[in-house]
Design a protein around this ligand. Structure first.
Ligand code: PLP
Length: 447
């Protein structure tokens, strides 16, 4: 008999500390030592909805929106829907005063179904098809961010009335990190490089179209940016370009969209980009660049996606088997994997993992959590400390999985995608149901 059996009330107090930087704001432990989010035990969600399941804390999403609105009272905050697009989420963020950045017919349709004012939508994409542009024009999307000469001509042929546009520029700013995450440099597929007159040729082409109204410039430097000074450098270059447009063409553009890419921590100690700290740097850089160029202060738009929803999400898995191999490494195999979280295989992402269904008493040892897919690279978390008494049936929770998980999920190995369950005030409700084998069979229409 352990101390915890003698004094059950000690369980909550003795539960291991979960890093508040990674977990949803409402996370705590119940009297049994189980992890609770939004007042609901994750173990109960696993029982009710099965595993794997994405859990989403509505209060956390609203809390992040509020932090941005407070830090940037005069800026427009446009939630990047690509991080997680669900009608309910679109509703939460817009009710908190955010606009929406969308990039496909599907995202536009969900935004419409959520009742979002289309004038608050900004449309992105480096390869917008005629169908997408026609849909955006029909829907009445507020601003379209143009990304190629072909798109500018196509949009001009489709626009009804006067369509507001921004031009996506690449300011030539290289952020650190994985090459796939750096989009502010010239040698990649997005935008018009400022260098060698590419941006200017796009400006000219837009200004030649009588039904397009150039309202501003856009840039997106990349993902997981931890240093605000990259944004200061971008402001400096972009205001310089806006001033150049005024001088060369006599046109004053008034919207500067700085994209998203604000870092969140995935593991204890990871740096994050705090909205309040970012706001101070953005303000100072705007003051400086506008004064130097004698340029009127533009309306600033920011497009955080990950920073709004990542920490609201926790993914639940059930342990299927545990295996220790000869060199001593212990593999914990769970019932999900790279189909619900491809970020480890794609970017080498690292995660924290916790036991959710009980107080994990006793010693911990490093274990590697792997998925059920037919790939050796199907790993969810390398060398994370887990209790030595971990056993099949235990529920594992992976925090910081709200962004680019549901939206990047696949049906690899014909495994249906997990449900998304929202929690708030002690209640859980399903936002997206589990994809079933019957769903997969429905799409398989030929024999
Ligand atoms: C144009 C644009 N804006 C915003 C974002 C959101 O980035 P994040 O979720 O890292 O904030 C992206 C992400 O790829 C993007 O391409």
């Amino acid at each position: 008999m352990t101390l915890l059996d003698l004094f059950p009330s000690l369980r909550a107090a003795m539960a291991p500390r979960l890093d508040p930087a990674l977990w949803p704001v409402t996370t705590n432990h119940d009297d049994h030592g189980r992890i609770r989010v939004g007042g609901v035990a994750l173990d109960d969600i696993a029982d009710q909805y099965g595993t794997p399941t994405y859990v989403l804390d509505e209060d956390d999403v609203r809390h992040r929106c509020h932090a941005y609105r407070t830090a940037f009272p005069d800026a427009e905050i446009a939630y990047a829907a690509k991080a997680l697009m669900i009608r309910a989420v679109a509703g939460w963020v817009t009710s908190e005063g955010l606009s929406l950045d969308a990039c496909s017919e599907g995202e536009l349709a969900l935004a419409q179904a959520a009742g979002i004012d289309p004038r608050r939508i900004i449309l992105h994409g480096n390869a917008k098809t005629a169908t997408l542009l026609r849909t955006a024009v029909d829907v009445g999307v507020g601003r379209i961010v143009v990304d190629s000469h072909t798109e500018i001509r196509l949009l001009a042929s489709l626009a009804q009335g006067r369509q507001k546009v921004l031009i996506r520029a690449t300011p030539g700013i290289a952020i650190h990190g994985h090459p796939a995450l750096a989009t502010g440099v010239d040698d990649q597929k997005f935008g018009f490089p400022i260098a060698e007159g590419h941006l200017d040729s796009a400006v000219r082409l837009v200004l030649e179209q009588s039904n397009l109204e150039l309202v501003g410039l856009h840039c997106h430097l990349g993902s997981q940016i931890t240093d605000s000074r990259f944004f200061a450098a971008a402001i400096d270059r972009m205001i310089g370009q806006m001033d150049q447009i005024r001088r060369d063409h006599g046109v004053l553009v008034s919207n500067l969209d700085l994209g998203g890419g604000h870092a969140v921590p995935y593991r204890p100690g990871d740096p994050e980009l705090d909205p309040a700290a970012l706001a101070r740097v953005v303000e100072a850089a705007l003051d400086d660049a506008c004064a130097r160029n004698r340029f009127p202060r533009p309306t600033v738009t920011l497009e955080p996606g990950r920073a709004i929803v990542a920490r609201a999400g926790v993914t639940l898995y059930r342990v299927v088997s545990i295996k220790t191999v000869r060199d001593g490494r212990t593999f914990v195999a769970v019932d999900g994997g790279m189909s619900d979280n491809p970020r480890v295989a794609l970017y080498g992402a690292r995660y924290d993992v916790a036991v959710a269904n009980r107080h994990p008493a006793g010693a911990h040892t490093p274990m590697t959590v792997v998925g059920r897919h037919c790939e050796a690279g199907d790993v969810l978390a390398h060398d994370v400390p887990l209790p030595c008494d971990l056993h099949p049936g235990d529920v594992l929770a992976v925090p910081c999985t709200g962004a680019y998980h549901h939206s990047l999920a696949s049906t690899y190995n014909c495994i249906g995608r997990p449900p998304v369950v929202a929690v708030r005030g002690g209640t859980a409700r399903e936002l997206i149901r589990r994809e079933t084998t019957a769903d997969l069979l429905t799409r398989d229409v030929g024999l």
